[in-house]
Design a protein around this ligand. Sequence first.
Ligand code: KE4
Length: 428
Amino acid sequence: MLYQRSSALFKEAENVIPGGVNSPVRAFKAVGGTPIFAKSAKGAYIYDEDGNRFIDYINSWGPMLLGHAYPPVVEAVIEKTKAGTSFGMPTAIETEIAKLAVSMVPNIDKIRFVNSGTEACMSAIRLARGYTKKDKIIKFAGCYHGHSDSFLIAAGSGAVTFGTPNSPGVTQGTAKDTLLARYNDIDNVKALVNANKNEIAAIIIEPVAGNMGCIPPAEGFLEELRIICSNNDILLIFDEVMTGFRLAKGGVQELKGVNADIVCFGKVVGGGLPVGAFAAKNEIMNHMAPVGPVYQAGTLSGNPLAMAAGLAMLNAIAKDKGLMNRLEEKTKYLHNGITEALNKNNVAHTVNRIGSMISVHFSEQPVVDFESAAKGNNDTFKKFFHGMLNKGIYIAPSAFETWFITDALTYQDLNETIAAVEEVAKSL
Ligand code: KE4
């Protein structure tokens, strides 16, 4: 693979954009080398500025559940654009997508659209604090809820990659209200709750973690979290920015049958345009301004183009009865192929998988929390990443991310990917 054009573009970008990127995870810092500049994408494939084609397993970090440039989304955005791009006034399409989302997701009456997953999770925490009149929150080491101050404490995703879990700029005043728990360790949660009686507003969790690689909840873990929250007047917040509308039409609440008090969305809900959202029952959501006292706002919240993309996406998901099963089958097929290819070459590894989320960890131990995820062999991962890239397979440039399977992937694409794993495994 040649990357001359990407290299030149990266040098130019570094002069005017910090690190040459608008989001750190894109900078390849965790794997070394020069970031690839995308030129276009269609279905399961991304085409870079040097004319290379990649089978894409990042898919914009999750939104492209149905593949890139999905025609109903593209057509909806083009049509909407012709009528104007933003008004700063309510529009009918916001109600349309809100009604559809409320009909798909269990246990919510109202939803507020914002512009990113960060904004959704940040607003959800403010709502929980305003509703419960308590200040502290519990998050889990390795979970990532976006870059607002309360969350940059042992965050996952790019924050881990940079090894600076507590980002400079986050004040002690903020950090003291964020308590850290271990994922899948319910006794640790109980101890924190007991040590901070009547002070905790919310527990926020990725109900299936995706920012330390993919880590499903242990059997009964979410159910026990629910009981702890109900017994201690704590709101349970599911950050479903990654899992929402991906692991089931109703997300993990539907998949696992556990109800959260507030649910956050992003990625898929915007169909590739900037959309986040948070939702809850009336009792909680009616605390949001202008009907209630908890303030939150946004010039481009509910932007008509973004709503058009999201509505086209949710309509397609809602109507496609076989979608989730097809995604699950493709991911299972890939899982089996990867395991066979790595075992054939005696490469120590663990594959975590649930629905259309999968991650490969170069560790012999089970990966069940941030500590065990961090024990993966990062040097092996770097070699694996670049080996796959040079074979035209684009996976996340960090061991602390998830591969995202899309319905646009064919079994031929999966076989090509598995063959690449087998080839690359020989050099690991
Ligand atoms: P955004 O603000 O990036 O839209 O969403 C933040 C967020 C919140 N919650 C979860 C579970 C998330 O995964 C994310 C964002 N995910 C990362 C990738 N792991 C975004 C990629 C990036 O930072 O560029």
